[in-house]
Structure formats: structure tokens, C-alpha cells
Design a protein around this ligand. Structure first.
Ligand SMILES: Nc1ncnc2c1ncn2[C@@H]1O[C@H](COP(=O)(O)OP(=O)(O)OP(=O)(O)O)[C@@H](O)[C@H]1O
Ligand SMILES: [Mg+2]
Length: 426
């Protein structure tokens, strides 16, 4: 048979089907973008199971108005610059394909106000072509509206599931990302009714208990470069969840292993924290499957943590968990020099210059000297956002202790000592 070369437009439409299978994948991509933009509140609205309409509104950093048209191009991303960056990835996105794919197969409205600008910019796209643009007044953040998914690919559209099936898949997607990001408020409205409204919390357990309406016990364990946090329902229930560095993953082998180890009639959430270079998310177009090095070690860790579960008396659990946080809680900045944060059982005092230097060195891969030159100085007034961002990246640093020259990044005080001085129990 003769071979035809498909026009670029047809090729890309077909490819976009790999990223966006249906409304749920679309919601997942939009939520991930909002989370990557450090939103603290995300609202999702869907109509007809997302087939007619999907809206995701966030209060994140926004897109610079001069860049907004770029956002829908293939390979357009602000998250990585080259292949090495995948080694230290701490965002959900990195391919620069999601908005491109959505824009090709829907009528899309993208409206965003960058945090350093006074006005927002809105663009409308149909089947990949920009059909309108204007400036708009809006709060800082991004609103995305997706109308009539696959309107121009009738065959694909006909493969979409029934409305209530799609709605359930969307609910699952929102729930999974909410479970991984307790400090973000999530609202989900379907067909005009609010079906999820989660208040932000610094504690994983509070989010988990709110989502499931059950009490949980928590077991935490560290081994080498890995750390694991296991949450087991104290009441009957069934479901198994796995998160690796905040990414919900569906690794069959590990999930089956968890299921076998925990037994039936329990809800189990397993949060695994590993250095980014040990996990590879790039192997699946939807990024839900991950290649993990040393799977055996992880299983060992899960088994050992489960072995410890009965050491806790359920009534004391809540109290012990209070000190557990997903990420450092930003408290403030002293003298434009020291970032104060609470994390775990300690109050931390970070040197803003050294933290930023370490960031440039590890995350941006700069040489020691240029890492130092490009860093924030002591005395520089920095935005709270930036401080929080640095704190968050600190968690993924390979070396959390010292700057590239060997000076300590922080000084910390055990909270128990503070309580003791104040003659209170900790
Ligand atoms: N809600 C948002 N807030 C701020 N910027 C956004 C938002 N959504 C998209 N962007 C910007 O648009 C770019 C393109 O988004 P897109 O989802 O297509 O790619 P990505 O997130 O970089 O990678 P991936 O394809 O893996 O999701 C992002 O890199 C980001 O700069
Ligand atoms: Mg994305």
C-alpha cells in the first residue's frame, strides 16, 4: 500500500489524544498546572461530566501577559530548560504539551494575571487557533475554561463515557491531587452542585480524615534516602493509594503489594518521598506510571512500617501527628536576612542567602561561584512567595545542611525545649 505522510495538524490532533483521553485527564492537567503555579486555592466546575464545560480557577502566580500565547504551543514550558532538569524535577509538569493538546481538541479560554502585573490577559482558542484576545481586570491567578472537548474529533467524542462515569473519574482525580496537597483548598462543583470543599491544612492527616470522614493512624519511617508516611484507617473501609513525591501513582506492583500487606477492609494511603533523581516520570504520556529505582527497598520500608503499626495506641495518635507536616510552615523573615519556619518538631532559622545559593547550585545546576553571585543577598527584601518556594525546594535538596562553601543553611531549636522553658507539656 502507498504510504501517506499526515499533515502536521492531523498528526498533532492524534497525538493530543494520548495526553487528553477525556474530561478527567483534562482536569488533571489543569489542576497540576495550578499546583505548579503555587496556588493555595483551586476551584473546579464541570457541566455534563466535563464534556460540555470544565473550568479551573486558581490563585497561583499567573502567566506573564507577554507569554500567554506561548502557553498553548507544543513544547512550551516554564518548568524545565533542558534534559538534566528532569533529575531535580519538583513540578508536576515538564513536557509543555498539556495546554497544547487541550487547545487542539476544544474551545479554550485562558485568562491569567501574573503576580507582578496590574491587569490580566485573556485569549480564546478554537481547534488550536487564537480567535480572540483582550486585557481583563481580575485577581492574580489563572482561569481556564474548556468547552466541548473533542468537538472537532467526533469519533473520539463518541468514545467518551456516560456523564456520570466521567463525573466520577473527575472526582477521583481531584480527590487524589487534594490528598497529595493538603495545604491547598479545593472546591469541586458539578452540574451546579458543590460536591467537594476541602479546607487547607498543614497536616496530611487532617486532609485525609476530611476526605474520607474516618479516623486514621499514621506511621512514618526513614531509610537511607527514602521516607515513607503510611496512613491506615482505624475504621473499616477499602482503598489503596500511593503517592511518590506528591504525585499520585498507579504502580500496579507496589499497589498490589500494599494491598496484600495491609489486608482487606482497610483504607491505606502510602506517601513515599525519594530524591527526584531516583524516580523517572517520563515513561508514560499521562505521567501516572513511574519507573522507580530500588523498588525492593521501598517494599521493605512498607513492610517494616506496617510491622510497627500496633505500637501506637490509637488515642494518642492524633497528638503525635500534630507535629507532622508535609512542608515547612513559613512564619516570617527577620531583618531581611533570616527566614523562619516550623517543620516537624523544630523551629528553623534559615539564612536566605545561603538557602538561595544552595538552590542555584542544586536545582539550577550552577557552579559554586555563579550560584553565589546569582543568589539573594542578606538584606534583600524578598517576597513571601519566594521564601516559601525556597523552603519547599529545600525539602528536595540532596544536601539540606550546608551551602556549597560549607556554611550551615540553618540553625534550629527543638520545639519541645521552647515548651519546656514555658513550663508547658509538648
Ligand atoms: N494555572 C497556571 N498558572 C500559571 N502558569 C500556567 C498555568 N497553566 C499553564 N501555565 C504556564 O503554561 C505553560 C504550559 O502549560 P502546560 O501544562 O501545557 O505545560 P507544562 O505544565 O509545562 O508541562 P506538561 O505538559 O507536562 O503539563 C506552563 O509551563 C506554565 O508556564
Ligand atoms: Mg502542565
Amino acid at each position: 500500500m502507498h504510504i501517506n505522510l499526515l499533515p502536521e495538524e492531523v498528526k498533532s490532533k492524534i497525538a493530543s489524544g494520548e495526553v487528553i483521553e477525556g474530561p478527567a485527564e483534562c482536569v488533571k492537567e489543569l489542576l497540576e498546572n495550578s499546583l505548579d503555579a503555587m496556588a493555595t486555592r483551586i476551584e473546579v466546575e464541570i457541566i455534563k461530566g466535563g464534556k460540555r464545560f470544565i473550568q479551573v480557577k486558581d490563585n497561583g502566580l499567573g502567566i506573564p501577559s507577554e507569554d500567554i500565547k506561548k502557553a498553548i504551543l507544543s513544547g512550551a514550558t516554564s518548568k524545565i530548560k533542558d534534559i538534566e532538569d528532569l533529575q531535580s524535577l519538583n513540578t508536576y509538569g515538564f513536557r509543555g504539551e498539556a495546554l497544547h493538546a487541550i487547545s487542539l481538541v476544544s474551545k479554550l479560554l485562558l485568562r491569567s494575571r501574573f503576580y507582578q502585573e496590574e491587569l490580566g490577559k485573556e485569549i480564546r482558542i478554537e481547534g488550536g487557533k487564537i480567535v480572540g484576545e483582550r486585557l481583563v481586570g481580575m485577581p492574580v491567578g489563572t482561569h481556564v475554561e474548556v468547552y466541548d472537548l473533542f468537538y472537532n474529533l467526533p469519533v473520539r467524542r463518541s468514545f467518551l463515557k456516560k456523564e456520570d462515569v466521567e463525573r466520577r473519574r473527575i472526582y477521583k482525580v481531584v480527590k487524589a491531587l487534594a490528598l497529595a496537597n493538603p495545604s491547598v483548598a479545593f472546591v469541586l462543583r458539578a452540574e451546579g452542585k458543590e460536591i467537594l470543599n476541602l479546607k487547607p491544612s498543614n497536616y496530611l492527616i487532617e486532609r485525609i480524615e476530611e476526605v474520607f470522614g474516618k479516623r486514621f493512624e499514621h506511621i512514618s519511617k526513614e531509610k537511607g534516602v527514602f521516607r515513607i508516611d503510611l496512613f491506615l484507617s482505624l475504621e473499616e473501609g477499602e482503598g489503596y493509594f500511593l503517592f511518590i513525591n506528591k504525585r499520585p501513582v498507579y504502580n500496579r506492583e507496589l499497589l498490589d503489594f500494599i494491598k496484600r500487606s495491609v489486608g482487606k477492609k482497610r483504607l491505606c494511603l502510602c506517601y513515599l518521598w525519594a530524591p527526584p533523581y531516583m524516580v523517572d516520570v517520563n515513561i508514560h504520556p499521562k505521567k501516572t506510571e513511574m519507573k522507580i529505582q530500588r523498588e525492593g527497598k521501598i517494599k521493605e520500608l512498607i513492610r517494616e512500617s506496617l510491622g510497627e503499626r500496633h505500637r501506637y495506641a490509637p488515642t494518642f495518635i492524633k497528638q503525635e501527628l500534630k507535629n507532622y507536616m508535609v512542608e515547612p510552615e513559613f512564619i516570617g523573615i527577620i531583618d531581611k536576612t533570616i527566614i523562619v519556619a516550623k517543620y516537624g518538631d523544630y523551629l528553623y532559622f534559615f539564612d536566605q542567602h545561603l538557602l538561595s545559593e544552595r538552590y542555584n547550585y542544586e536545582v539550577k545546576g550552577k557552579e559554586v561561584e555563579s550560584a553565589c553571585k546569582g543568589a539573594i543577598k542578606a538584606g534583600d527584601e524578598i517576597k513571601e512567595r519566594l521564601a516559601k518556594d525556597l523552603l519547599r525546594s529545600w525539602l528536595n535538596f540532596e544536601n539540606k545542611e550546608v551551602c556549597p562553601h560549607g556554611r550551615p543553611l540553618y540553625y534550629r531549636i527543638y520545639l519541645g525545649d521552647i515548651y519546656k522553658k514555658l513550663q508547658r507539656d509538648y
